[in-house]
Design a protein around this ligand. Structure first.
Ligand code: GRF
Length: 215
C-alpha cells in the first residue's frame, strides 16, 4: 500500500510486540509503516529485531537527560523528524510526561498485560494473581496523561489457571498481546484514514468515535 501512515514504536526490551507489528506491516494491505523504533535501553533486543527488518532505530537513553521533559522532547523531535503521525508503545518502561502526551492527543496507543482498569502499572500479571482473579488478559488503549487509563481500544480475556505464576500467566497473555496489537493498530489507522483519507494526519476530533471492539 502506498502512502501508509508513519508510526513510531517505543520499546525498552525484548520486543515481541514490536516483532508482531513488524510482521504485520509486511502485509501489502497494512495501512501503517514503522518509520522508526526508539529504545530508552541501549541493550533492548527489540533494536536487533528492527535492524533485521531494515527499520531505522534510535537509542534515546533516559539516563543521559537532565529530566523527564528533556528526554520526552528528544523522543518528540526524533519522531517528527521522520514524519511519524502515531506512536505505539510496545513494552516501553518509561512514563511519558503529561506535556508530551497532551501534544500527541489520541495518537499514542499502548498495550498493557491486564484487563484495564484493573491492575495498572508494573507487574500487572503478579497483581492479578495476588488478587485471585480467575480471568485476566491484555488491553490496548489510547494513552492519556493518567497512567494506563485512556480509552480502551481492544481487550482479550484469558483464564487464570490453577497454579499459574506471574511468569506462566505473562507468557500466555503475551501470546495474545502479539496477536491483537497489529489488529488494533490496523483498525485504528484504517478508521482514521477513512475519516481523513488525504492528509494522513490525525485530528483529535476524528478519533472520538474510533473506539472499537475486535478480536
Ligand atoms: C508486554 O507484556 C507488554 O504488555 C508490557 O511489556 C511487555 C513487553 O513485551 N507493557 P515485549 O517487549 O513486547 O516482548
Amino acid at each position: 500500500m502506498n502512502n501508509r501512515l508513519k508510526v513510531g514504536v517505543l520499546i525498552s526490551g525484548n520486543g515481541t510486540n514490536l516483532q508482531s507489528l513488524i510482521d504485520a506491516a509486511k502485509q501489502v494491505n497494512f495501512p501503517a509503516e514503522i518509520a522508526l523504533v526508539i529504545s530508552n535501553n541501549p541493550n533492548a533486543f527489540g533494536l536487533s529485531r528492527a535492524s533485521k527488518a531494515n527499520i531505522p532505530i534510535q537509542v534515546i537513553d533516559h539516563n543521559t537527560f537532565e529530566d523527564r521533559e528533556a528526554f520526552d522532547r528528544a523522543i518528540d523531535t526524533a519522531l517528527k523528524k521522520v514524519g511519524c503521525k502515531m506512536i505505539c508503545l510496545a513494552g516501553f518502561m518509561r512514563v511519558l510526561s503529561a506535556q508530551f502526551v497532551d501534544s500527541w492527543p489520541m495518537k499514542i496507543i499502548n498495550i498493557h498485560p491486564s484487563l484495564l482498569p484493573s491492575f495498572k502499572g508494573i507487574n500487572a500479571q503478579k497483581q492479578a494473581i495476588e488478587a485471585g482473579v480467575q480471568i485476566s488478559g491484555c488491553s490496548i488503549h489510547f494513552v492519556t496523561s493518567q497512567l494506563d487509563s485512556g480509552p480502551i481500544i481492544a481487550q482479550v480475556a484469558i483464564p487464570v489457571l490453577n497454579g499459574d505464576t506471574p511468569t506462566s500467566l505473562s507468557a500466555r497473555i503475551l501470546e495474545h498481546e502479539n496477536k491483537v496489537y497489529p489488529i488494533a493498530l490496523e483498525t485504528v489507522v484504517n478508521k482514521l484514514l477513512c475519516l481523513n483519507p488525504s492528509s494522513k494526519s490525525i485530528n483529535q476530533s476524528e478519533t472520538t468515535d474510533s473506539l472499537l471492539s475486535i478480536y
